[in-house]
Design a protein around this ligand. Structure first.
Ligand SMILES: Nc1ncnc2c1ncn2[C@@H]1O[C@H](COP(=O)(O)OP(=O)(O)OP(=O)(O)O)[C@@H](O)[C@H]1O
Length: 240
């Protein structure tokens, strides 16, 4: 099965912010989405999940195997941890998301699929570590039963070890047959788990590069902008 975004554009009353974005994703695959701050990554995620702000106008097609994707086909694990309701225990929030998607929730199952014990269901968001909160956001997305998951900056604010565990978890989700889009500024992490990385700049598509192009100084990347983005992340002792 293939999820396709074709010629996606988004504008607000203040003007256009995304134009002509296209990407494709297979089940079992991870595609990365990156770009500088404000490039439009979160808006792509929100468009995919049918969660754009009310004053946004969207054009373009989002399809699965050629048919328009119905609501709840793509589940979003949002960037902001405050997307979690501070007044509700984790289990109730997972249950709420599942019901919104018309499913009865398997809360322990959703928690287990992100490597959290069933007892996490009783905790409130303020009792979670950053890594646990990221996992809970993924669990709410998985509880909807969606085959397509968008994780928006799932490792931001985490130390290297916790970020590595989240990336492994996303790889496991893809290995279990889901299609996963991972939005991140961490190109090194993305290149490790994604097959391709889509690069955006100021609301426009720059290039879609295979993961192996993020190597050395990025000489296999097509665009100067992509190379600059990649080189900015290289360790100071990288070969020159
Ligand atoms: N509700 C809105 N009304 C008007 N403009 C908006 C709205 N939401 C986002 N934008 C604009 O759309 C552009 C893209 O925003 P978006 O949040 O998708 O960027 P991003 O690439 O995810 O950035 P970051 O990496 O900082 O999270 C920005 O210029 C932003 O100011």
């Amino acid at each position: 099965m293939t999820l396709k975004v074709e010629d996606l554009s988004v504008s607000f009353p203040t003007g256009p912010v995304l134009a002509g974005i296209s990407l494709a994703l297979e089940r079992g695959e991870i595609v990365g989405l990156t770009g500088t701050s404000g490039a439009g990554k979160s808006l792509v995620a929100e468009a995919l999940a049918g969660a754009l702000p009310g004053d946004a106008t969207r054009t373009g097609r989002i399809t699965v195997d050629g048919a328009l994707a119905p609501p709840h086909m793509v589940a979003l694990a949002p960037q902001r941890l405050d997307a979690l309701d501070p007044l509700a225990p984790v289990g109730r929030q997972i249950d709420r998301f599942a019901r919104l998607a018309g499913r009865s929730a398997d809360v322990p199952g959703a928690l287990a699929s992100v490597g959290l014990p069933a007892t996490t269901a009783r905790l409130y968001p303020h009792e979670l570590s950053g890594g646990m909160a990221r996992r809970v956001l993924l669990a709410t997305a998985l509880a909807t039963g969606a085959d397509w998951i968008v994780a928006d900056e799932p490792t931001v604010g985490l130390d290297e070890a916790a970020a590595g565990r989240i990336l492994s978890l996303l790889a496991d989700l893809a290995a279990s047959g889901r299609g996963v889009i991972v939005i991140s500024h961490d190109l090194i992490g993305l290149a490790r788990i994604a097959s391709r990385v889509v690069i955006l700049r100021q609301g426009r598509h720059v290039e879609t590069a295979p993961a192996h192009a993020f190597d050395g100084l990025g000489s296999c990347l097509r665009e100067d902008f992509s190379r600059a983005l990649w080189q900015a992340q290289l360790a100071p002792d990288a070969p020159c």
